[in-house]
Design a protein around this ligand. Structure first.
Ligand code: GAF
Length: 383
């Protein structure tokens, strides 16, 4: 893809880029909606990437173009505030603005031109947005000579998403995209931002991670995502905690007594999901990847019944995959659409794919898109 992006940059801007950078999408193995509760997550970067070719200009103009939109967007650094940003360009331009909040002097840095291409599916819950943010953040940190570390670049991407895109999301997706490693997951403490790269061993165990993209579209800038976040904050406050991270399974009886039923179930999801992340990491280390399957199933049930962020298509994907031999399955990402993952013995992949496709036909749902992913390296400079 780097050759194509280089050629696209050349034909769009009539010159060669100064460099090419890339960043992957992510799958969250487990730990959903725990990031903004200062809890634990365990995602991995995937072998689908966003590539950005970029070159500084001699003036203060920014021009961004991409393979997924016809028009190039132009803006001056002097006008670069979240309120002026919209559409797809809010992701790269939001990052440029957010770097200004993390030390870049936007009154002196040069403008730039950028061309972006990606094979991370958009709207599938695989963090195509974080892939753009991470690639652009790394590129601009290099070109503007900022020397920011990856943990800070993740916060830059999150701030861009929160302020320029308007989605009140946590730090997980950008962290996975920037810190991922081949065949490994990123175990992240979202309070301290300490992270550990932990080998997954799926390939060696003969396991594939299947993505079942339901093609039910979702947006975290509207509706359910923000209301779940608000419930978590209300639940923590009612329990006298600064965040749900401070509560554990021992606090559940008191939570049941103090909270209304809906808030209690939201809180119970977060408390038990944090525990499941810790259990997944321990189980993986002690017993290998096949044994984490039950935790994936339990995570899905908790999101379906307690956090109520699943949809019928995701539930069906999980049930059909499990029925055809997947060891464990769960929806992944923020919910209300997007994709499920199914941890599947390689020999059973054709059966699982066929069973899921047939189940969708039988229920009259739009055909899902099914493919496998592998844990890949995080953001990097390509050229
Ligand atoms: C989305 C958000 F961007 C993440 O921060 C995280 O909250 C996730 O939903 C749910 O776990 O991907």
């Amino acid at each position: 893809m780097t050759d194509i992006v280089q050629a696209d940059f050349l034909s769009r801007f009539n010159r060669r880029p100064a460099g090419i950078w890339s960043a992957p999408g992510r799958v969250n193995l487990i730990g959903e909606h725990t990031d903004y509760n200062e809890g634990f997550v365990f995602p991995f970067a995937i072998d689908r990437r966003t590539v950005v070719a970029l070159a500084p200009r001699e003036d203060r103009i920014i021009r961004v173009a991409s393979s997924f939109a016809a028009e190039a967007i132009e803006i001056s650094l002097d006008e670069l505030i979240p309120e002026n940003l919209a559409g797809w360009s809010a992701y790269p331009l939001g990052v440029a603005w957010a770097l200004g909040q993390f030390g870049a002097d936007l009154t002196t840095v040069p403008g730039f031109e950028a061309f972006i291409d990606s094979d991370v599916p958009i709207g599938a819950g695989l963090s195509s947005s974080a892939a753009i943010e991470s690639a652009v953040a790394l590129a601009l940190s290099d070109v503007w000579g900022l020397g920011l570390d990856r943990r800070t670049l993740a916060r830059v991407g999150q701030l861009a998403e929160n302020r320029a895109v308007g989605a009140p999301t946590g730090i997980m997706d950008q962290s996975a995209s920037l810190l991922g490693r081949a065949d490994a997951g990123v175990f992240l403490d979202c309070r301290s931002l300490e992270s550990e790269v932990i080998p997954l061993g799926f390939d060696a165990a003969g396991l594939d991670v299947l993505i079942i993209d339901t093609r039910v579209s979702h947006s975290h800038a509207t509706g359910g995502y923000a209301s779940r976040r608000a419930s978590c904050e209300a639940g923590a406050a009612a329990m006298g905690a600064s965040s749900l991270r401070d509560l554990g399974v021992d606090d559940l009886p008191r939570a049941a007594a103090v909270l209304d039923d809906e808030t209690f179930r939201r809180v119970r999801h977060i408390i038990t999901e944090n525990q499941r992340v810790l259990d997944t990491v321990r189980t993986l280390r002690e017993h290998g990847p096949a044994r984490i399957a039950g935790l994936l199933d339990a995570s899905h049930a908790s999101m379906r019944d307690d956090f109520e962020i699943s949809v019928p298509e995701l539930d069906l994907a999980v049930e059909a995959a499990r029925g055809a031999g997947a060891l464990g399955a769960r929806m992944t990402g923020g919910g209300f659409g997007g994709a499920a993952i199914a941890l599947t013995p390689r020999a059973l992949v054709p059966e699982v794919e066929a069973a899921v496709a047939a189940a969708f036909v039988a229920r009259g749902f739009r055909a899902p898109v099914i493919f496998d992913v592998h844990a890949a390296d995080g953001a990097r400079r390509e050229q």
